[in-house]
Design a protein. Sequence first.
Length: 286
Amino acid sequence: MVDPSNDDAMRANSIQIETGTPELLARLEDGIAVLTLNRPQVRNALSDTLSPALRRTIAWIHGDARVRAVLLTGAGKAFCAGGDVKGMGSGAKRADPPPTREEVIADQTERQQALTGALYALPQPTLAALPGPAVGAGFSIALACDLRIAAQSAFVSTGFARVGLSGDYGASFFLTQLVGTARARELFFSSERVDSARCEALGIVNRVVPDDRLGAEAMDWARRLASGPTATFAYMKANLDRALREDLPTCLAGEAEGTVATAQTEDHKEAVRAFVEKREPRFKGI
């Protein structure tokens, strides 16, 4: 279980970030933006308050040079249960006249791009820590991160078939990239619960740790990411993303561009000095 409020979060080097709602907690600690979905009473299901706050905070992270890594987790014993099913089709106030089908599609596309699309595109390394279930859109959010660490009791599920929906927030893209099309189809059609051990075997999560170690292990990993050559990590992410879509000549050209750019960074120069002096480099992300 990850509970950042009990993870020495009140230390002097921890800066609380205002998100506009208690449904999303955020702090900046040791160069890490720690974001906590905070609706534990409903397994951190998304809401009309939480989702916009998450979009705004992701946009802030992209533009803040102090952030060198991102750790995203959920309060209590869940990561995120996805959309709040109880609120679906509840007869909420509707526009008069109602929007056209095309307007609804455009609006949903924009909201998805500003959340998982923007999270996926962050230049900083991102880590999702799963203390429990990640389902539906919550699973999509975890998949949009670069890396995932899970508690032993955690599980994931596409979940969409159970509510008669086809899927959103990039789940089809992210899951297919991770496990291949045949396995992704199986997980979409079945909505089965995939336990943490199988998640690790399939490559859905990178690491599984005991429940009571998740908070410490996740912060340790995030700190190591934040202390690395984060400007270089951004180029690495671009290379790896390009490799999913482009041919080898295009990838080689992209790698060459990145190598030339990173060779001019202070981190590269520091790494060379550290090698000569037989010590660990002290990276600044520049």
